[in-house]
Write a protein that binds this ligand. Structure first.
Ligand SMILES: [Zn+2]
Length: 251
């Protein structure tokens, strides 16, 4: 385990010294959005930042950890107080500006690690453009439920989770316990009239749910089942999957 190369903790002189060894830049992507009564509005930002730091400790000076973007694409949470969203247009411009800036410093490979599913769309959209316009390679990884589906099933967790649920809350219990409201943890309060469970609308149907149409408290799954043990197991698995990916990007 080495020391992570955290950009915000360096002077430009120190960065200049280390530049030669840097093979990849990780840009963690967060959000400021509701996570039910279970965890704070910073949940995705904290998860992205902390996981990036842990991954940075594995690679030392070979991987530079950029500052975490604390706002994402979160229209679907806007009915809950405290959520802030960029428009798709803004987000694309921000991704472009970040990549352009690193390009000026001679860094051509960027891995966006997103703590929030809604951020995947703008980055995917930008990735092909980056290749054409900047001759850069853009990679993206999530760090949540989709990576640990089998693990969740093995723990008997239900199908309808993925936000402010047992998975995310467990992760936060390990990464940032101060952001977890242990005394207020709640399962999803699914709305009686929601069509969310209707298979006809599921996944490939192209329906973009607003969270308030699905869940009264903004949560999915059941955060009361969250545990430190599951959080650790999950974080380890996510780190293994992301580092396997990184090992293919830089070898
Ligand atoms: Zn989240």
């Amino acid at each position: 385990m080495s020391k992570a190369l955290i950009m915000e903790e360096l002077t430009w002189v120190e960065l200049e010294d280390k530049k030669e060894n840097i093979e990849l830049v990780i840009v963690p992507l967060g959000s400021t959005e509701q996570h039910g009564p279970n965890t704070t509005l910073a949940t995705d930002t904290v998860r992205a930042r902390e996981m990036a730091r842990m991954i940075g400790e594995i690679y030392g000076d070979r991987v530079l950890i950029a500052p975490t973007l604390p706002i994402g694409l979160s229209y679907h949470h806007m009915k809950f107080p405290g959520t802030i969203t960029f428009t798709l247009d803004t987000y694309l411009k921000i991704a472009r500006d970040i990549c352009w800036s690193f390009k000026q410093h001679g860094m051509n490979k960027i891995l966006f690690i997103t703590g929030h599913g809604g951020n995947k769309r703008p980055i995917h959209e930008f990735a092909t453009e980056a290749k054409r316009d900047f001759d850069m390679d853009i990679y993206i990884s999530s760090m949540g439920g989709s990576l640990v589906r089998e693990l969740s099933e093995a723990h008997g967790f239900g199908e309808f989770k993925g936000h402010a649920c047992e998975v995310e809350t467990s992760q936060m219990m390990v990464l940032a316990p101060d952001h977890v409201r242990y005394e207020s943890l709640e399962a999803a309060k699914f709305r009686e009239d929601t069509k969310y469970f209707d298979k006809a609308f599921a996944y490939d149907g192209g329906v973009f749910w607003d969270y308030h149409e699905v869940s009264e408290n903004g949560a999915l799954g059941d955060a009361t089942k969250a545990s430190v043990e599951f959080g650790k197991e999950m974080n380890d698995l996510v780190i293994t999957k992301i580092t396997n990916f990184i090992d293919k990007i830089i070898f």
